[in-house]
Design a protein around this ligand. Structure first.
Ligand code: CMX
Length: 136
């Protein structure tokens, strides 16, 4: 699969409002969207940086993936999302090459994008998300 660009970088934070203030004050970026993704047990905040975005992630549930991540590793970079075309085909391609999929088929993520995650155990320790690139 060949990504067109990094769609976003996900950063796990304990407090969304504090982290938003940091990016707005220090980098003069504007948070353009705050959205709860109930299925993922997170509240997200987005900033545009060129063609890429920063996605801040605050857990809404102690059993959610972001809560467990922060408990284990602390706040920090949580995942990298690549924009790809034909996401369902890309998942099949990854699986054929022995990559463990978290999502065997695409599902809806923040901002209405079709997304899927690859397991960090198969990707040198980085949680990778692929997103359908609607601009191609
Ligand atoms: N990056 C790298 N490694 C990670 C990780 C991450 N973000 N999250 C978990 N891991 C590692 C853990 O450190 C652990 O490694 P060890 O076995 O060496 O200790 C291993 O993966 C298993 O972690 P765990 O805490 O036991 O958690 P689970 O197995 O229950 O879940 C994972 C791990 C990746 C499958 C789960 O977090 C997941 O499904 N993530 C995808 C969904 C997600 O993160 N959603 C939030 C964002 C939503 C959005 O952007 O909209």
């Amino acid at each position: 699969m060949k990504p067109s660009h990094i769609e976003h970088i996900g950063i796990a934070v304990r407090n969304l409002e504090d982290a938003i203030r940091f990016y707005e004050k220090i980098f003069d970026l504007k948070c353009y969207n705050i959205e709860e993704v109930a299925e993922q047990k997170v509240r997200t905040a987005f900033f545009r940086v060129g063609q890429t975005k920063i996605e801040l992630l605050e857990s809404t549930d102690p059993e959610g993936p972001v809560s467990k991540f922060i408990e284990k590793k602390g706040e920090g970079v949580h995942h990298i999302a690549f924009a790809v075309k034909k996401i369902a085909e890309q998942l099949k391609h990854a699986e054929k090459h022995g990559i463990t999929l978290i999502d065997s088929s695409p599902r809806k993520g923040a901002e209405g994008l079709d997304i899927a995650f690859l397991h960090p155990k198969s990707t040198s320790g980085v949680l990778i998300e692929i997103c359908e690139d609607k601009n191609i």
